[in-house]
Design a protein around this ligand. Structure first.
Ligand code: NAP
Ligand code: MG
Length: 492
């Protein structure tokens, strides 16, 4: 890709090429096949079924992965139960903290390897897995290690108790980070875990199993079961599970809620979103444009809290859209292992088709499509940064989660209208506000029905800050003191 840039002070724009800056993949060694991690060791699945995981940027098969069946789910839950009763439950918080600190430090030590592995399996740019995912993964373990011996001060009663065995199911968009959001608080609170990573991104969860061994974590405290949705369902429905924690689509979340209804299982759901990123005419345009780009094009838009609906105050709409198109023209799409890449591969053919179908619906319903001009590599799955103008609230692209690099632009005149449009969605995970007025930020934040509201920034995450949704975005919080509540029983 070529970007014009005057380097000699002349007005002529000499095109220049970025030199390739590939990250080395020599830091990872991927086995040809992996077993299930049960009771501290890797074992073969009982019925012997396996599936392949691929690199979505090249379609190369990376490894063969075990598909856990119901008998494997039984074994893993039994191992987690024994570890809970005999080792992890009775252990003091102070001792649990030592293990969590040890895991956090090993993650830091192995962060380059884990970032490369994540990028190969998921397709996200190495710059993001290296600079965002991995530091946050380590931070989650450090933060929760700090809580393990202080649970009595979390505001959940003087002697809160762990729930028991936690079944945890995660999606493919931030594989290791979602694992950290699930496992770190569960272990800090004294629960044991059976976790199922997404079918298309199992490799970093399996590397995490190796880290548990390296940290000498007692067998059975963490069990990793790879597989598809049927494995997830068997895990959710297992009678000896005390807690189900799920991150994924609203559709599967509803099915899980039905499966858990009438049992004593505690449930937290982190589901989809359709966030409004709201730009007032007094916002600094250049900063807002960076925030818009980060809001929807970070991680190819595969972000539950992505700012996928851009709400522009009418008086500034034209200027923002022009600046945004200019900026999108400079994004580099391509090899995720290149350190200069901004937009990586779409995680799977299935997800690509979903994005494509919604974009076609946008065109058919009369919205105006603009896509950044960029070369699409021949192999793998790619989608250019795309924005739609002339969008109305009735359009599917304004209502449904696209989960891809596609932005729908709407306009508003008054703050009241902005609130009405922003809240006009079945979801309620996040929102963004861009204005120079602090009072307006507070006025807006009080009225937005969203779990997280960012002001003059977007997609900022911190383990100390609770994250979660309203309405069809789910319930329960992850992170912060509030996140501990999902893994503890209040005993007064
Ligand atoms: P998904 O299809 O719901 O899958 C999520 C996980 O559930 C995967 O591990 C999946 O296995 C498993 N699963 C599928 N069917 C199941 C069933 N019947 N019972 C139990 N588990 C089942 O979601 P996705 O398409 O992979 O992920 C994207 C969605 O996640 C988006 O809607 C996004 O907004 C949401 N998300 C939310 C948050 C948040 O914090 N709120 C964060 C990230 C993503 P397979 O992979 O094998 O299908
Ligand atoms: Mg899926």
């Amino acid at each position: 890709m070529t970007v014009g840039s005057p380097t000699d002070g002349s007005s002529a724009r000499d095109p220049f090429e970025y030199a390739p800056a590939p990250e080395s993949r020599a830091v990872v060694s991927i086995a040809t096949s992996y077993g299930l991690f049960i009771n501290g060791t890797f074992v073969d699945p009982i019925d012997g079924t396996r599936f392949k995981t691929i690199n979505p940027a090249t379609e190369e098969v990376l490894s063969e992965i075990s598909q856990a069946g119901p008998a494997d789910v039984d074994r893993a839950v039994a191992a987690a139960r024994t570890a809970f009763q005999q080792v992890w439950g009775p252990m003091s918080g102070r001792d649990r903290a030592k293990y969590l600190f040890r895991i956090a430090r090993i993650i830091q030590e192995r962060s380059r390897e884990l970032a490369v592995l994540e990028t190969l399996d998921n397709g996200k740019p190495i710059r993001e897995s290296r600079d965002v995912d991995l530091p946050l993964v380590a931070a989650h373990f450090f933060y929760h290690a700090g809580w393990a011996d202080k649970l009595a001060y979390a505001g959940l009663g003087a002697n809160p108790r762990p729930l028991g065995v936690a079944a945890q199911i995660i999606p493919w968009n931030f594989p290791l980070l979602m694992l950290a959001w699930k496992i770190a608080p569960a272990l800090a609170c004294g629960n044991t875990v059976v976790l199922k990573p997404a079918e298309t991104t199992p490799l970093t969860a399996l590397a995490f199993a190796d880290i548990c061994k390296q940290a000498d974590l007692p067998p059975g405290v963490v069990n990793i079961l790879t597989g598809d949705g049927t494995t997830g369902r068997a895990l959710v429905e297992h009678p000896d599970v005390n807690k189900v924690a799920f991150t994924g689509s609203t559709e599967v979340g509803k099915a899980i809620q039905r499966a858990v209804a009438g049992t004593n299982k505690k449930l937290t759901l982190e589901l989809g979103g359709k966030a409004a990123n709201i730009i007032f005419d007094d916002a600094p345009i250049d900063q807002a444009v960076e925030g818009i780009v980060n809001g929807i094009f970070f991680n190819q838009g595969h972000v539950c809290c992505a700012g996928s609906r851009l709400l522009l105050q009418e008086s500034t709409a034209e200027a923002v859209i022009d600046a945004l198109k200019r900026r999108l023209g400079t994004l580099r799409l391509g090899d995720p292992m290149d350190k200069n890449t901004d937009i990586g591969a779409i995680n799977s053919a299935e997800q690509w088709s979903r994005i494509d179908a919604l974009v076609k619906a946008g065109e058919d319903e009369g919205a105006e499509r603009w896509s950044a001009p960029c070369q699409i590599p021949e192999r793998g799955w790619w989608f250019p940064p795309t924005l739609f103008t002339s969008v109305t609230q009735a359009h599917r692209i304004a209502r449904e989660e696209i989960f891809g690099p596609v932005l729908s632009v709407l306009t508003f005149r008054t703050p009241d209208e902005a609130i009405e449009k922003a809240n006009n969605t079945p979801y309620g995970l996040s929102a963004g506000i861009w204005t120079e007025k602090g009072s307006r930020i507070l006025w807006m934040a009080n009225r937005l029905r969203a779990g997280v509201v960012w002001a003059n920034t977007y997609n900022r995450f911190d383990p100390t800050s609770p994250f979660g949704g309203f309405k069809e975005s789910g319930f329960g919080r992850e992170g912060g003191r509030q996140g501990l509540a999902g893994y503890l029983e209040r005993v007064s």
